[in-house]
Design a protein around this ligand. Structure first.
Ligand code: IMP
Length: 209
């Protein structure tokens, strides 16, 4: 990051202590707690504090992560971490993108969401490429309104039919580059080493801890 004078500006560091995890998803909170525990960070979930979930009105992953982190930091008076992630399919102009969760409908039916992605790709014709990537944006915000954001990415291709019962969401139709199995067929530890989330967390740990 550069300042107004063209010089490098130091990123703000996260001090040991309480950190609000701006998510109401217990699995996500547990995963983040495990990742940050070794750094003396004490995660507190937004659900435990009774914080409301703000509407995701941003048009990018980073904007949505930032608005969730800023709202939680402002309401709690503590630093807060939020994430936003999704599947980006190049031939679909980036869809489902920030709407990845919504494509699964109110019943969170990812068999439906995967089918919608495949049908949309098929409708593009036989020459449409299957390139895709997952993005994970992480935002760290402080009660004074300061915010830092980190973006992680993993590249791959859309495969059909869905393969494997591991992971979640779109994992069975995503095959990472350089591998011949989908995220759905991969051991969780192998996925966690190369995922968009791992990439974003590595950047956060390097810059803010
Ligand atoms: P959110 O970040 O909680 O808004 O959710 C984004 C959506 O993107 C999830 O519901 C999943 O459908 C999808 N997604 C994000 N990360 C992954 C992943 O690692 N595997 C499969 N689907 C994912």
């Amino acid at each position: 990051m550069t300042d107004n004078w063209g010089g490098e500006q130091a990123m703000r560091k996260l001090e040991p202590g309480k950190l609000v995890i701006a998510s109401h998803n217990a699995g996500k909170v547990r995963e983040i707690a495990e990742l940050l525990g070794p750094y003396g960070i004490e995660p507190v979930s937004a659900g435990t504090l009774g914080l409301p979930e703000p509407e995701e009105t941003g048009t990018t992953f980073i904007a949505n992560a930032e608005l969730k982190a800023l709202a939680a930091a402002d309401l709690s008076g503590l630093p807060a971490l939020a994430d936003d992630s999704g599947l980006v399919v190049e031939a679909l102009n980036g869809d489902p993108g920030i709407y990845s969760a919504r494509w699964a409908g109110p019943d969170k039916d990812f068999n439906l969401a995967m089918k919608l992605v495949w049908d949309a790709l098929t409708a593009k014709g036989p020459d449409a490429g299957h390139d895709a990537h997952f993005i994970c944006a992480l935002a760290l915000a402080w009660p004074d309104g300061h915010v830092e954001a980190f973006e992680g990415r993993v590249d791959g291709t859309i495969v059909w039919p869905p393969r494997g019962g591991n992971g979640f969401g779109y994992d069975p139709v995503f095959q990472p580059l350089g591998h011949d199995i989908s995220f759905g067929e991969m051991e969780p530890a192998a996925k966690h080493k190369m995922s968009h989330r791992a990439d974003a967390f590595a950047k956060l740990v390097q810059a803010a801890l």
